[in-house]
Structure formats: structure tokens, C-alpha cells
Design a protein around this ligand. Structure first.
Ligand code: FE2
Ligand code: FE2
Length: 286
């Protein structure tokens, strides 16, 4: 098995004492057991082909196991920003539960956390809310929005896996800011920046980012434009995030890239490459 690459990044937010986290994202575990096969006979084949596309299930699990061992050895929380598995199955739920309970963990949902079978359904907002009922019982964080204060740092997690924020999430984030602790905002899909969009568009027909401007998403293929054009609540949330002085850092995944860049207000956005590709990032917040 290949060795996990653990990147090291320091984020300055003005804490009295450092807080360390191990950021892992997009593991894309692909498992299906007998009961999954009985429910959907196509699922084992799907698990195998998807797993092979991610570099082989055994290797992917080995990378995640190595990350868990590192978090345990260093006694630091695991921050996983979604797509821990690739599709809904009992086997994937069991794996997720075991993973997240084996260490001190914080989880933010990804788009695949709500997907029954990749490519089979239109994954729109009602689809997500229907499937949230299946996923949520397996995760201790509230997947819509949650927060936890660690060493004076407010770690806020929220769901933006379908390229949308809601007004309710903005209101909850405002309430978190009012607590007066520096906020580390953690979610699956990164916030749009021109540079990150440009990098992703080099190899893709769309940018896979939240809050993309109109002149960009109108050039997307039709299905991607419908999926990724931001609504009013999303754009208002983007404006709020960029204007809220208590938000000191943004951590994301989804784009399967290592990318660190200041947002337009100077706050760093850190994206870590996929767990299946052998990456994790130790973030020291000072
Ligand atoms: Fe992913
Ligand atoms: Fe994703």
C-alpha cells in the first residue's frame, strides 16, 4: 500500500494557543454488502467500477486508515469535509460510522453523501432533503449546520454540497459570529474565486464552485448551469461570509485539488486534495 501524503499548513487567526486539525476530504469509499445487493442488484458492480476509478478500494481504505492512525497518534481531531463515501449503502454507512467514531471527528456533508447511485438521478434540492433522513442518523454533527468550539476556535460546519446556501444557514452563521470566537468555516464545496475557477475550468466544462458569477455559469453545459447557478440566498451568504470579520479561515474539499488562496477579503481558503488520491492536511491554527 502507498503512503499517505500529509501536507502541513499554518493558519493565522490570533489564538492564544495553537489548535491542530487533520483535514481529510473526498475519500469516496465504495462498499456494498449482501443486503445492499438484495435491495439493488446493480450496486455491487457499481461499487467495484467506482472503487477502481478511485484507485482501488483497498488503497483508498488504507489512506483513510493511515489518516485515522495519524490523528490518534497526534491526538488531534479529524475534520472530514464530505464525500467520505461515494453512494448510499448500508456498507458505506457502517464504514462511515466506524471511521467517525474511532477518533475525535468533525464532519461536513458532501454531494455524494446524498447520492444513491452515481449518475442515476437528478440530484436536486428535494433529492438531497429526501436522502438527508437516511444519512443524518449515522453522523453526530447536524449536517445542515453545526459548530463546536475547540481551544477558543469556533469550528463551523455546514452543507453546501449542492452549490447552495440557505437563508437559515446565514442566520445561524450570524449567531455563531455573535459568540465572539474566531470562526473556521468548513464545508464541502469551496467558495468561488477567479483563480480557482480558472484552474478547474482548464480540465472541466464547469467550475464546481459555489457562488459563481453569471457570466461564467451561463457558459456551462445546460445540466451543470442548472445545478450550479447560485440563487439569491447563496449570493447573499457569499457577501456575508466575505464581510464578517469573525470568519478567519475557510476549509473545503470537493474539487480534488490542493489549493490555498486568500479570498477577496484576505481570508485564506484552503482546499485539500482527495483522500482517495492519498492526501490529508494537518492544519495548525495559531
Ligand atoms: Fe469528491
Ligand atoms: Fe464532492
Amino acid at each position: 500500500m502507498k503512503e499517505l501524503n500529509i501536507l502541513k499548513t499554518t493558519l493565522n487567526v490570533g489564538l492564544d494557543a495553537p489548535v491542530r486539525l487533520l483535514h481529510v476530504t473526498d475519500s469516496h469509499i465504495c462498499l456494498a454488502n449482501d443486503s445492499d445487493a438484495a435491495r439493488d442488484p446493480e450496486l455491487p458492480g457499481h461499487a467495484l467500477s467506482r472503487g477502481n476509478a478511485f484507485g482501488g478500494e483497498e488503497q483508498v481504505e488504507s489512506y483513510l486508515t493511515q489518516a485515522l492512525e495519524y490523528a490518534k497518534k497526534e491526538n488531534i481531531p479529524l475534520l472530514h469535509t464530505g464525500d467520505l463515501y461515494d453512494f448510499l449503502s448500508e456498507a458505506n454507512f457502517a464504514y462511515m460510522e466506524q471511521t467517525l467514531s474511532s477518533v475525535d471527528s468533525i464532519y461536513a456533508a458532501g454531494n455524494h453523501d446524498f447520492c444513491h447511485f452515481v449518475g442515476r438521478a437528478i440530484e436536486d434540492y428535494p433529492y438531497k432533503w429526501e436522502n438527508l433522513r437516511l444519512v443524518q442518523p449515522h453522523v453526530k454533527q447536524n449536517l445542515y449546520f453545526d459548530s463546536r468550539i475547540v481551544g477558543g476556535l469556533n469550528i463551523v460546519t455546514l452543507d453546501d454540497g449542492y452549490y447552495l446556501f440557505s437563508k437559515g444557514q446565514e442566520e445561524m452563521l450570524r449567531a455563531e459570529a455573535a459568540k465572539g470566537y474566531p470562526i473556521l468555516l468548513c464545508m464541502h464545496v469551496p467558495l468561488y474565486t477567479p483563480l480557482l475557477a480558472e484552474k478547474i475550468l482548464e480540465k472541466n466544462p464547469c467550475a464546481y464552485l459555489v457562488g459563481v458569477p453569471r457570466e461564467m455559469y451561463t457558459k456551462y453545459p445546460n445540466d451543470r448551469r442548472l445545478q450550479q447557478n447560485p440563487d439569491r440566498a447563496t449570493l447573499e451568504m457569499m457577501d456575508y461570509i466575505l464581510s464578517e470579520p469573525m470568519i478567519k479561515g475557510v476549509i473545503a474539499g470537493h474539487v480534488h485539488l490542493n489549493f490555498e488562496e486568500p479570498l477577496s477579503n484576505g481570508v485564506m481558503q484552503i482546499c485539500t486534495h482527495a483522500g482517495y488520491a492519498g492526501y490529508a492536511r494537518e492544519i495548525t491554527i495559531v
